[in-house]
Design a protein around this ligand. Structure first.
Ligand code: BGC
Length: 423
């Protein structure tokens, strides 16, 4: 049996990936311009905007008590400075209906998509982004700050910057390494502003509960492919530093570290109450190339399945940032639902084995959704979503996860039934 010692288990989603119906964001635009491999678009997605109640009920049926959800900025502020109170009211009602069911929300303010007016003005390419981002956060906090105490300001700035500005595979499709670094730096500045704004508004509102703010950082393990090869070893360290450590440090401590800045403090203080880790996989580093370790298990997207990586990252972060850890995303693409249960079991075991204070764990994701450039072909869900009809069906791995939540442990009986062996 794997005891979880009170770790709170939930699920995570992102607005654009599930809602459907919004044409006014950078990803709907990217889809219109042919950027999605299967030709799909987030304008369809899972129809969650219309099915908010149904999804909340299904979560409650599965015993889910923790939910990381995102807000769609382009719905809330469709034009610069023009806010839509109806859209905001929709989110407020959603949050109330979650709370009524005993589900605690963790709200993400930015998850890869931008309103078109912001995208067309250069998004995070210049420091000018800080003012509008802060205004948006201010509006949101004044609308839901009394209900929600925990926030993620920005999801995975490194993935946003790398895919959109280095590899050119995501909007805006640019390939410019210096610009990618500048975008990450400016996202750090937006995080500082949002962090202060969230605390200030919640205080002004006299809101109950301790305010907690963090970032969902995409973290990978980078290991040298050839263990004793000095080039692979040094390159692995550089990758780790540039892709994640410098960014997480900068966003946490108010000081922009190389290569984002020269280490000069913007304002030296702690900009987090928890450390959010999105963990999926590891890279093997061969010279300057990123490859996979041969012979290791992989998911349907070819990502190595490496649970020990989670133990290693949690330990590192707990030591370095001295704050509760939230696993803000962890999950896998498994079309046949053949290994998802094992994946969950092994990653929960890895989180527990870290011995650190892992307060919350959010499985990515609740229902299959619009998986960015992969479109509708990469199912990560505990619940299957039939995109044409919107029909939801709980997968075996979903029932397994519900059992784990109920027991707050991965019991031997659950492992036997859903994984087929016992750890
Ligand atoms: C993102 C999610 C995405 C998931 C699986 C994470 O990088 O935050 O939006 O769906 O990975 O690819």
């Amino acid at each position: 049996m794997i005891a979880l010692n009170g770790m709170k288990l939930g699920v995570a989603t992102a607005a654009t990936q599930i809602e459907g119906g919004d044409e006014n964001n950078s990803w709907a635009d990217w889809a219109r311009r042919g950027g999605i491999k299967d030709g799909s678009s987030p304008v369809r997605a899972c129809g969650h905007w219309e099915r908010v109640e149904e999804d909340a009920s299904l979560m409650a049926e599965l015993g889910i008590r923790e939910y990381r959800l995102g807000l769609e900025w382009s719905r809330i502020e469709p034009k610069r400075g023009i806010f839509d109170p109806e859209a905001m009211e929709h989110y407020r009602r959603e949050i109330i209906s979650l709370l009524d069911r005993g589900i605690t929300p963790l709200v993400t303010l930015h998850h890869f998509t931008n309103p078109l007016w912001f995208e067309n003005a250069g998004a995070f390419e210049s420091e000018g982004c800080v003012v509008p981002f802060r205004e948006y956060v201010n509006y949101v906090l004044n609308s839901i700050g009394d209900l929600v105490s925990d926030y993620i300001t920005i999801n995975e700035p490194n993935v946003y910057a790398a895919n959109g500005y280095l590899f050119g595979e995501w909007p805006p499709g640019k390939k410019d390494a210096r610009l990618a670094l500048r975008v990450m730096k400016n996202m750090a500045l937006c995080h500082y502003a949002a962090y202060d704004e969230i605390h200030t508004v919640r205080q002004e509102l006299g809101a109950a509960g301790k305010t907690r703010v963090g970032v969902a950082q995409h973290m990978r393990v980078f290991d040298p492919l050839r263990r004793f090869n000095p080039v692979d070893r040094i390159a692995a360290r550089i990758y780790e530093r540039v892709f994640q450590t410098a960014l997480t440090d900068s966003m946490s401590f108010g000081r922009l570290r190389l290569p984002l800045g020269l280490g000069v403090p913007v304002k030296r203080k702690r900009y987090y109450e928890f450390i959010g880790i999105n963990y999926y996989s590891r890279f093997a580093v061969k010279g300057t190339k990123l490859v996979n370790f041969p012979g290791r298990p992989e998911n349907d997207l070819g990502w190595e399945i490496y649970p020990e990586g989670l133990t290693r990252l949690i330990r590192k972060c707990a030591r370095r940032y001295k704050a509760p850890v939230f696993i803000t995303e962890n999950g896998t693409c498994d079309r046949a639902d053949a290994f998802r249960a094992r994946y969950i079991r092994d990653h929960l075991a890895a989180a527990a084995a870290s011995g650190a204070n892992v307060e919350k764990y959010f499985y990515w994701t609740f229902t299959d959704n619009f998986e960015w450039a992969e479109g509708e072909t990469a199912p990560f869900g505990l619940v299957r979503c039939e995109f044409k009809t919107g029909e939801r069906t709980v997968r075996a791995s979903g029932r397994f996860y519900a059992g784990i939540i109920r027991e707050n442990a991965v019991t031997d009986a659950l492992q036997k039934e859903f994984v087929g062996d016992v750890k």
